[in-house]
Design a protein around this ligand. Sequence first.
Ligand code: C5P
Length: 236
Amino acid sequence: MQKGEQLYEGKAKVVYATDDPQRLILHFKDDTSAFDGEKVERLAHKGEVNNKFNAFIMQKLAAAGIPNHFERLLSERESVVKRLEMIPVECVVRNVTAGSISRRLGVPEGMELDPPTFEFFLKNDALHDPMVNESHIRAFGWATEEEVARMKELTYRANEVLKKLFADAGLILVDFKLEFGRFDGQVLLGDEFSPDGCRLWDAQTREKLDKDRFRRGLGGVVEAYQEVARRLGVAL
Ligand code: C5P
């Protein structure tokens, strides 16, 4: 597979075309950003850890019947994925309160949510990713009713699979964000799943082992990601 032109550079990843029009290469960077790009740092080895972490999770999800774009690891920092037409919304499921739901609703961090909550956010940095609902998504033509239903179904299913996977490793899956796209008429999970896009707490101590360490300046960010990977049995 030949690496082609750079199509897009995001905060944590670079996307390249390939000689196959249906495939892309994702390159995972060490750059880490928070607060809409206000805080940016390079954290040595984060790219490698997230590339391997994402590969592990995507394969677990595919095995559990959640179709996604991941095809194979290409190198320490790169993976081959299917080229999706991305749907510009983020799907967030929460099992425990933290982050923006605590701020928005004035509830303390750490309350169990039963049933888990589901939220859509529009991907728009300039607008700070505002929360949107299903009628907005349909009225503005970002996705069809069927696609909205499929994204919700797949996100809830991913929550069930991942909650158990992390619980077995002594971790609480507090919340996470997924993004979807279209491929061959199907809705597939795209983007990445790594500790950059979810919250994970140690089940005993409730220590944060995710990007909140970076957001809050707690240090030991990549070390925490490596610890999660070690507990899951991800080969780094
Ligand atoms: O900030 P908030 O509490 O809404 O985030 C919910 C979850 O979604 C967190 O795990 C966070 O890391 C993730 N997220 C993300 N990318 C965003 C917004 C949220 O990965 N742009």
